[in-house]
Write a protein that binds this ligand. Structure first.
Ligand code: NAD
Ligand code: A1AUG
Length: 543
């Protein structure tokens, strides 16, 4: 047990490399990209620290060059999942007893490894496997992931020091225990940082974890497992179990020891998992914690006092960075008639300058979308808009999957504020705009609020402070992350805690104290120094 109260220094956000022409980081990253492509690796499951090869394999390739194979992955089924649960429960015996300051130093070291010797590998694997540009990779696979790994320990230290009041005669204490079982971390393809955060946040709280990565991001996620190993994470604490959703999920949810779900992904998947947990509730030793961050239909809403030039940049970056495959991506926009012409001309002009292509060419702004399925879904929406009478495509609308899954940044303008692409999450580079009459400002705010079931991110643009105040109030429930005169993407750990409400998730803010508290179970302890020796109360005395 510790013989001191350990204080963690407040961390700083990781600065980003810029990869400017001629910079050493650009040269080194290019070298790493080349080196990785010379080999097709075999990715096993990692269970109890051991590599497990199920023999049930799939190939993974680069979204921007789908003929180029990166790896063969061994997928887990019931057998491997049960082995992982056993390994986790065995590891739990020691890990749950490990003092928190010993646990967190492993994750702090992992942060230093990914920002140091593993930096180029984290970026290169994310670029190749998920088709991110160097900038998009650097801000999250290195920057955001390192921030999670540094700030969460700091939050944990604050939680540990949060103790109750003790009046004279007693000592009240609270102990923060890990959950009694294992946590299941299920992660999406689009952020390597989320892949890393979902298993590590519960683990640093003393939990043991089964981590099921998305099949579309296994490549970078596997390399992060290597980083954790090098950082000293004991065997069995985080078990890496790639596989098909149900093949891994069903045996996990059937386990008596399942004690928490840390999920990020689509609303459809989350609803299914929640229902399965509900159906199996009698199986579990403890009520499981269910944390899930899901989709978005994120908006930009403009008042006629908006700075048009600033809004052009925000809409372009917000809608098209990482091909619009951010849960926070701007995908619907409301613009008043009086500034529409100005905005349209400038915006379309800039959108047409965007270069889409191979992310190894550092002049591209957008790579490919993640898979054939994503390509088919997104282009389905574009084709729908092409056919519709109440919509018009004013930029993009073109696509080509012959080499990679490339879709040009697309702008749809609709006269129908409830048009399909104004309501449904597309998860691709498609922005739909509704132009409203200036006098309908109030009515259109209401429309924006109730058009979609999601409430993840939203941005408002105005120079008029009364208009900003009105919109801030009216959109109070419309977004968990709300931006004023800025794009609705790129939240930073410890600056804008991230998560949405309504159908966007449980809003347990990734990278915050609130999230860590979900992986801890408090035990209150009261110690009385001189306990009473007579059971009668004073009021019971004779007059
Ligand atoms: N709110 C947020 O913070 C946030 C962040 C990133 C992504 N997202 C959302 O994620 C979605 C995109 O990610 P995706 O396409 O990877 O999502 P997805 O729902 O298709 O998959 C998420 C994960 O769930 C797994 N899964 C599916 N069925 C399962 C089952 N029965 N048991 C266990 N696991 C199962 C998948 O294999 C994957 O690992 C979008 O909707 C996006 O908005 C949200
Ligand atoms: N935290 C990221 C979004 C993660 C979801 O895909 C952002 O704020 O853009």
């Amino acid at each position: 047990m510790p013989n001191a109260y350990f204080k963690i220094q407040e961390p700083k956000n990781e600065p980003y490399n810029s990869f400017e022409p001629g910079s050493p980081e650009k040269k080194e990253l290019k070298k790493k990209l080349k080196e990785l492509q010379e080999e097709v690796i075999e990715i096993p499951a990692i269970i109890g620290g051991k590599e497990v090869k199920s023999g049930d394999t799939i190939d993974i390739s680069m979204p921007h060059n789908h003929e180029h194979k990166l790896a063969t992955v061994h997928r887990c089924g019931e057998n491997e999942v049960n082995m992982a649960i056993e390994a986790a429960m065995e590891a739990r015996k020691e890990w749950a007893e490990m003092p928190w300051e010993e646990r967190i130093s492993i994750f702090q070291k992992a942060a230093d490894l990914i920002t140091g010797p593993w930096r180029h590998t984290m970026n290169a694997t994310t670029m190749l496997g998920q088709s991110k540009t160097p900038h998009q990779s650097e801000i999250e696979a290195v920057g955001e992931l390192a921030d999670f790994l540094r700030f969460n320990p700091w939050y944990l230290s604050q939680i540990m020091s949060d103790q109750p009041h003790s009046p004279n005669g007693m000592w009240n204490r609270v102990e923060y225990r890990p959950l009694e079982g294992f946590v299941f971390a299920v992660t999406p393809f689009n952020f390597t940082a989320i892949g890393g955060n979902l298993p590590t946040a519960p683990a640093m709280c003393g939990n043991v974890v089964l981590w099921k990565p998305s099949s579309d991001s296994i490549y970078s996620n596997y390399f992060f497992m290597k980083v954790l190993k090098e950082a000293g994470m004991p065997d069995g604490v985080i078990n890496f179990v790639p596989g098909k959703g149900r093949s891994v999920g069903d045996p996990v949810f059937a386990s008596h020891h399942f004690s928490g779900l840390h999920f990020t992904g689509s609303v459809g998947t989350f609803n299914n998992l929640w229902k399965t947990i509900g159906d199996n509730i009698d199986t579990y030793k403890t009520y499981p914690r269910v944390v899930g961050e899901t989709g978005g239909k994120d908006f930009i809403f403009a008042h006629n006092s908006a700075d048009v030039d600033a809004m052009v940049v925000a809409a372009l970056r917000g809608a098209y960075e990482y091909q619009g495959q951010k849960c926070s991506a701007a995908s619907r926009m409301y613009i008043p008639e009086s500034i529409w012409d100005d905005f349209r001309d400038k915006f379309v002009d800039e959108v047409n300058k965007i270069k889409v292509g191979d992310v190894e060419d550092f002049t591209t702004f957008m790579g490919a979308v993640i898979s054939q399925k994503a390509f088919d879904d997104i282009t389905g929406y574009i084709d729908y808009a092409k056919e519709a009478d109440d919509a018009e495509i004013i930029a993009g609308g073109t696509y080509d999957d012959s080499k990679g899954y490339f879709i040009d940044p697309t702008v749809i303008v609709t006269s129908n504020p409830k048009f399909k692409t104004m309501e449904e999450e597309i998860f691709g580079p498609v922005l739909t705009i509704y132009v409203y009459k200036d006098e309908d400002f109030d009515k259109t705010i209401e429309l924006c609020d109730d058009t979609s079931p999601y409430a993840l991110t939203g941005a408002i643009f105005a120079q008029d402070r009364y208009a900003l105040k009105k919109m801030s109030k009216a959109f109070r429930q419309s977004a968990g992350n709300f931006y004023i005169n800025d794009k609705p993407t790129a939240a930073i750990v410890n600056q804008q805690p991230f998560g949405g409400a309504r159908k966007s998730g449980t809003n347990d803010k990734a990278g915050s104290k609130v999230n860590l508290l979900r992986w801890l179970s408090m035990r209150s302890m009261k110690e009385t120094r001189v306990p009473p020796k007579d059971w009668r109360y004073p009021y019971m005395g004779e007059e």
